[in-house]
Design a binder for this molecule. Sequence first.
Ligand code: TYM
Length: 332
Amino acid sequence: MKRIFSGVQPTGNLHLGNYLGAIRNWVRLQKDYESIFCVVDMHAITQWQDPAELSKSTREVTAAFIAAGIDPEACVIFHQSAVPGHAQLAWVFNCVARIGWLNRMTQFKEKAGKHKENASVGLFAYPALMAADILLYKGTHVPVGEDQKQHLELTRDIAQKFNNDFGREVFPITEPLILGAATRVMSLRDGSKKMSKSDTSDFSRINLTDDADLIAQKIRKAKTDPEPLPSEVAGLEGRPEAANLVGIFAALSDRTRDDVLTEAGGQPFSTFKQSLTDLAVETLGPMNAEMNRLLANPGEIDAILKRGAERAQAIAGPVLDEVYDTVGFLRV
Ligand code: TYM
């Protein structure tokens, strides 16, 4: 059986990187896989979140999933804290994962910054909770952007060690699905930095909530170099900002970068940016409208989350029972 699990943190505005690296791929995959999509609010609090903002953002991310085209009937959409098995399995995995494995996680190093002693224990244990998210449903495939690759390798290591330690094939060895022309969308201000929710400059990213004018302004101001576009991908070498815009264009238009450059090679950035703006507005505009419609009806969003949590719990319950029996926890 093939089952997808993936998640997004409700820590502020979703951006084009989240959409092209993850959510848009989910929309396509939902036809071929049993799919579970989660708003991971427990991951969000590994760094302090304003409580009112966290609740608001949980609804916004849910609305974005649906507005992007995820069918809440066909897929399970829910928020992590509503299914207690995530925390329960994460504890077991904290006892399976080795400190040395977690010490190697580059995202922890980036997020903890210079003073690692001041980071929360939760931030350090973050990847074990992520493994629990996926394996609580025996997820076989996980569609994500490139930045999650290391975490998914750790998920495989945890599954393997658990199975070995207890001599039972309880968990599948999960496959990452890193798909499309924009698996790592970069900042619009600096082609060496990932587009991120936490960047202090709003002009570094295109948010899914930005209107057409703001999208146009941000693309117009995006950093580029003085040369026109090359006509082949090899010509993007050493031009990270150009490579990023071409990657975004290719992903949005569902073409390869080669294809885009065959057509756009030789164009000045002013022309290319105008086409990119049109394309981005065409894609994001209708999503934005649908998100706003949903957010005006929070009751509708909450009902979807509630039903999703019930369906998630129905899958998670028997898996957690199996884990408890395997570990030797009495169920009386
Ligand atoms: P998060 O919330 O940072 O990002 C959500 C998804 O968006 C992708 N992404 C990007 N893709 C391309 N370019 C970018 N600039 C970019 N920025 C973000 C991420 O790769 C991700 O797919 N740890 C996860 C959340 C998580 C999870 C899980 C994912 C928790 N449990 C279980 C999969 C399975 C995270 O922080 O994603």
